[in-house]
Write a protein that binds this ligand. Sequence first.
Ligand SMILES: [Zn+2]
Length: 252
Amino acid sequence: MTDQQNSAAAPAQLAPMPEDWQRALAVVAHPDDLEYGCAGAIATWTDAGREVAYLLATRGEAGIDTIAPTDAGPLREREQRASAAVVGVDTVEFLDHRDGVIEYGVALRRDIAAAVRRHRPELVITLNHRDTWGGVAWNTPDHVAVGRATLDAASDAGNRWIFPELTEQGLEPWDGVRWVAVAGTTSPTHAVDATPGLDRAVRSLLEHRTYLEVLTDEDPETYCRTFLTGYAEQLAPRFGGKPAVAFEVFAR
Ligand SMILES: [Zn+2]
């Protein structure tokens, strides 16, 4: 048997996510980014007494074709707060970058670094920063910008000389981020058992009701459960047969 056949027979196993942390900050571009796959892991973590806060770069105001941004922004913010509450997250912050045209750059890094300094997380979570979701499924520029800026800001937050204006505002450097875990990645390294958090993951995604109504004619709960179950089960062969929420972990 060749090496290639070997790896096809026994796919590389994902390591369990680190457990020795207390605070996490999840940083994504839009309402629903965390609910499409990752919220089940967050439910499991908050059950265990860990604190998780959400930081969204936008309010997702450009996400619904039939609703103008001025109406969609506040509506999607409400849905995001309800969605977070289902998985035990009470802190949801918005940076007010513009949906669809988030620019990767110093301003975005500074905003995220400021949040990292405020929340002082050991674990930072973000969404796929790579060009594609795998193969030819092109990612959106907002996800790429926020994912990359989050990976950068996890380090920026610890350096007092990169954004000295933050220190002047009373935000002392925080060099305590130990891992940045990227969800929705094409190259996962770690995973969490998806089963304990699955029902809440479904309810959490369901809270994005307006968005889902536009997205699909299917019964919303069936749609959410089918999507999240399929996503988790597809990773089972790489996690000892257990449906999983996977992350690509960048240790610092
Ligand atoms: Zn998104």
